[in-house]
Design a protein around this ligand. Structure first.
Ligand SMILES: [Zn+2]
Length: 387
């Protein structure tokens, strides 16, 4: 009897200790050269990179596994670092909707709201202001493209769950490039896999207003249209065999947007680092860190060549309370532990490169990021609340 309860206790505590060993790479040849600070000239383009659910431990364990203790990920080569406080208006722990709204609108809102405020008004986003200035804009994500983070830049709904409505609002948003998953919200209810409750075929509606619709990496890369709707999965994009990769989508978006002489605003999200955190799955987190960091490389290569592009990289919040320990018998072995399957309120890291990157150093509130970008881009009054 006693032995039985000890065994049960051991089994329960084993199940509760969310701990995983992560392999550490000990032969690294990563590019560890830090990018320089550049001349503070006028900014033409902005690339905002959002690593959903990514804290320092996600970045650092990704670094240990992918390029080793002495290596640097591409995002670690960015010359300016800062810290971002992430709380929302109704919680010390934000969700991705309020987190992204702080960036897109420069305002705090309640969890779950997409560029929408608790009193029923909504707020103008950086992407919308860029459109009004005649710039080109794009949204790239590995979740559904209507998920909370991208949605907060080009739609306004009270609840992040209204993804069918978010897809409808995208048609009116003027955004030139949408690349990600989430076909389910664009196809009519009678088509297999649809999550719509009506007969609207938004893919056809997008085509009718001049978008090229693509669903494979080949189609994406062969499209010569400058307005592009790419949906590569019915729901979120596959993590293990991702085609196209976030890097390929980012490069395609950049090639489409760069032709506008007024410049562009591009938001790229590594959506599923967060999902790895929710699953307390370090392998998933690291696979997604790698996909995201390759997209960072693409963004930095573009910005380096261009010289007038500001790149800001941050997260909306940390997920999982991930922390780094070592294995009890080997101090060179990484053991990752988790404290929750939801988000935490720990501040997140920010990295920046390009003209005026230095403005983002130090401690920032999440709303400061949107406000600083709007200011640097001369977007006029911001934050801007609309009835
Ligand atoms: Zn999350």
């Amino acid at each position: 009897m006693r032995l039985k309860s000890i065994i049960i206790f051991l089994l329960i505590s084993l199940a509760c200790t969310k701990s995983q060993e992560v392999e550490v790479l000990h032969t690294s040849s990563s590019n560890s050269e830090r990018l320089p600070l550049v001349e503070n000239k006028k900014i033409k383009n902005v690339i905002l990179l959002i690593a959903d659910g990514t804290g320092i431990a996600q970045i650092s364990s990704g670094q240990l596994n992918l390029v080793g203790p002495d290596g640097y990920l591409n995002l670690q080569r960015m010359p300016v670092t800062g810290i971002v406080k992430t709380q929302s208006s109704n919680s010390l722990i934000t969700d991705s909707a309020a987190g992204a709204t702080a960036y897109s609108c420069g305002l705090k809102t309640d969890n779950g709201m997409i560029a929408f405020l608790p009193d029923g008004s909504f707020c103008k986003t950086l992407l919308e202001l860029a459109e009004e200035k005649g710039m080109s804009t794009g949204l790239v994500a590995t979740s559904t493209i209507t998920h909370a983070t991208p949605a907060s830049f080009a739609a306004h709904v009270r609840s992040r769950g209204s993804q069918a409505e978010i897809a409808e609002q995208y048609i009116e948003s003027g955004t030139e490039v949408f690349l990600g998953g989430g076909r389910e919200f664009f196809i009519p209810q009678d088509q297999e896999g649809s999550s719509r409750k009506d007969d609207r075929n938004l893919i056809e509606e997008f085509e009718n207003v001049g978008y090229d619709y693509v669903s494979t990496v080949e189609e994406m890369q062969n499209s010569d249209s400058d307005k592009l709707l790419g949906l590569f999965a019915n729901s979120g994009m596959d993590s293990e065999n991702r085609t196209p990769t976030l890097e390929e989508m980012t490069n395609t978006a950049l090639s489409k947007l760069q032709s506008n002489e007024n410049g562009f605003f591009l938001m790229v999200e590594g959506s599923q680092i967060d999902w790895g955190g929710h699953g307390n799955d370090s392998e998933y987190v690291i696979r997604e860190m790698k996909d995201f960091d390759n997209a960072v490389k693409a963004a930095l290569e573009y910005a380096e060549k261009d010289g007038e592009t500001l790149v800001v990289l941050t997260a909306d919040h940390e997920t999982g309370g991930m922390t780094m320990m070592t294995s009890s018998d080997d101090a060179q072995k990484l053991r990752v532990e988790w404290v929750t399957d939801y988000h935490t309120g720990v501040p997140v890291a920010l990295m920046a490169y390009g003209p005026h990157a230095i403005e983002f150093s130090g401690w920032n509130d999440n709303t400061d990021i949107g406000i600083k970008i709007a200011e640097l881009m001369n977007f006029g009054e911001f934050p801007l609340i609309l009835e």
